[in-house]
Design a protein around this ligand. Structure first.
Ligand SMILES: Nc1ncnc2c1ncn2[C@@H]1O[C@H](COP(=O)(O)OP(=O)(O)O)[C@@H](O)[C@H]1O
Ligand SMILES: [Mg+2]
Length: 254
């Protein structure tokens, strides 16, 4: 098949996966199998599915942390394989938020937020100012000089979100960002996502086990066994997903 023929380039396309697959262990494990999807600029998308269904694999591919074994990913209709410097691509275009925060324990909150800015030519005074502004935006200015271990887990995630926003990314990719949080801190993180989406126009793709997370999104992609089962505005799982509901309840922290 001529690849160009399959590319329906929507001018609003921010990140498009075109028939991507990812196999591991010399092809014996297929984590993701022929997945196509198009994330449009400004969308808030949730990805749901059971454990082991390929959600993190998909997010890592979308975020250029990993390469597909087949297919291509396009950012603003340009193939990622044409970017010479994927580190630069990630640090300038994307922000990442993970379940376990990954803050550097020996740096203060305001220093952690500056980490992605070291890839840029910003002078240090600008970096610090920007980091402080971001901490303010996530409600964490009063903890700017705290070490991560002195922060609650909810506060750590808010610092991690400020860090993800350091270079004003077009797209925020989050892998179970509320998975380690109690329900109150989780809701605060989700309120922050809403604010970023609505007021800053940030495009958000969030993997979640929690229906309360997916309910905030305007589009939900359901995956199982490396396949997209359903993709659209409906927040209800696909018809044969009853077992998943049970699973989701068990894995979601109250
Ligand atoms: N590095 C790896 N090597 C081999 N298998 C892997 C690797 N990473 C993930 N897998 C397998 O790929 C499948 C999808 O994993 P993952 O994307 O982490 O799922 P999810 O995030 O939905 O829980 C699982 O069967 C997992 O065991
Ligand atoms: Mg995962």
């Amino acid at each position: 098949m001529n690849k160009n023929q399959t590319v329906a380039s929507n001018p609003n396309s921010l990140l498009r996966a075109e028939r991507i697959s990812r196999t591991y262990s010399d092809g014996s494990v297929t984590a993701l199998d022929d997945v196509s999807l198009d994330i449009l600029r400004g969308q808030y998308v949730a990805i749901m599915g059971p454990s082991g269904s390929g959600k993190s694999t998909l997010l890592n591919l979308l975020g250029a942390l990993d390469r597909p074994t087949a297919g291509e990913i396009y950012f603003e209709n340009q193939p990622l394989s044409s970017w010479k410097n994927l580190d630069g691509f990630r640090s300038h275009k994307l922000g990442f938020v993970f379940q376990s925060f990954y803050l550097l324990p020996t740096l203060t909150a305001v220093e952690n937020v500056q980490i992605p800015m070291f890839e840029t030519s910003l002078p240090s005074s600008e970096r610090v100012k920007r980091a402080k502004d971001l901490l303010e935006a996530v409600g964490m200015s009063h903890r700017a000089n705290h070490m991560p271990l002195k922060l609650s887990v909810g506060e750590r995630q808010r610092v991690a979100i400020a860090r993800a926003l350091a270079n004003n990314p077009a797209l925020l990719l989050a892998d179970e960002p509320t998975g380690n949080l109690d329900s109150r801190s989780g809701a605060a993180v989700l309120d922050l996502f809403d604010e970023l989406h609505q007021n800053r126009g940030v495009t958000i793709v969030v993997i979640t086990h929690g229906q309360e997370v997916a309910d905030r999104a305007e589009r939900v992609i359901w995956i199982r066994d490396g396949h997209v089962l359903q993709d659209g505005e409906s927040h209800d799982p696909p018809a044969d997903f009853d077992s998943f509901r049970v699973h989701a309840k068990r894995e979601t922290r109250a």
